[in-house]
Design a protein around this ligand. Structure first.
Ligand SMILES: [Zn+2]
Ligand SMILES: [Zn+2]
Length: 289
């Protein structure tokens, strides 16, 4: 039985990782520091939020056995006061530190869509990747995308909290699917574990780790044998693992036999060239089919 416990980096862990990454990838300094600031807020929030879902191990495993995730994502109880406070903090980071700032910061954190009554329907839209019903003054599509991203990142600690409780001790062999066993979201990135090469991927929403097999595609039933991979010559330890049938890929760092420590959301930033290479091959990232 393979059990994988996700370790949260904590505020200090994020800070140290950002410094490490900036030293190694100075070209990405701006993006690393900006997202690092968001991650620090998320880690801080994680210490303060609770999980309203109660489930014993038998019920959890029974759900997973019938391919139902632990949390029904749009139905999760999210404390609106804490949520709005995190949205405001992330907006402020964007306003102050993003190149070009964030003109609509105040409009977003005081938006009616985040009210106690409307939060649930807004959450459903954010989780489904639907456009937000923001009205006048939001002509710029890049601002709308930023707004959706801020609302998504602000949800993360609430799902992560549930993941940290509900996924503990889970036997990895009962899931191994292309979406997260806790919240159902797509994987952000993955790594091959140091000690045994086990492929672990991290959820793009709740950041829980889970295991996938390389022998068949987790996204379609059409794959003929193992996933394939491509890499850039400068960094052969980082790959795009993809299915030649459905063309979906997951970026993966090979940590086998190394003592390296990765923080995948930062790894995602510094491997932008892999996304370009994948896109040139007609591949698409998981979650955006
Ligand atoms: Zn998840
Ligand atoms: Zn496939």
């Amino acid at each position: 039985m393979a059990v994988v416990e996700t370790v949260d980096p904590g505020v200090q862990g994020v800070r140290e990782a950002v410094e490490r990454y900036v030293e190694r990838y100075p070209d990405y300094e701006g993006a690393l520091r900006l997202y690092g600031a968001v991650m620090e807020l998320q880690q801080k929030a994680l210490e303060e939020v609770g999980c309203s879902v109660e489930m014993d191990v038998e019920e959890r495993d029974a759900r997973l056995g019938t391919l139902v995730t632990m949390v029904d994502a749009p139905e999760l109880e999210v404390d609106p006061v804490r949520y709005r406070s995190l949205v405001k903090d992330i907006c402020t980071v964007m306003e102050e530190r993003r190149p070009g700032g964030f003109e609509h910061s105040k409009e977003l954190y005081s938006w009616d869509g985040l009210s106690d009554e409307n939060l649930r329907s807004t959450m459903a839209r954010v989780l489904a990747g639907e456009e937000l019903p923001l009205t006048s003054g939001w002509e710029d599509d890049s601002d709308k995308i930023l707004a959706s991203n801020i609302l998504w990142e602000s949800l993360a600690p609430f799902y992560r909290k549930c993941g940290s409780i509900l996924a503990s001790g889970m036997d990895q062999s009962i899931w191994q699917r292309g979406h997260c066993p806790v919240c159902g979201s797509a994987p952000l990135m993955g790594f091959f574990r140091n000690e045994d090469g086990l492929w672990l991927v991290e959820c793009s929403l709740c950041h829980t780790l889970w295991n996938l097999q390389r022998a068949s595609c987790p996204f379609c039933s059409e794959s003929l044998g193992s996933l394939e991979f491509l890499y850039i010559e400068d960094e052969p330890g980082k790959r795009v693992q993809y299915c030649s049938s459905c063309k979906v890929y997951i970026k993966t760092v090979n940590l086998r036999g190394t003592d390296k420590d990765v923080l995948l959301p930062l790894e995602d930033i510094v491997t932008a060239e892999l996304d370009l290479a994948a896109s040139e091959e007609g591949l698409k990232p998981a979650g955006r089919q």
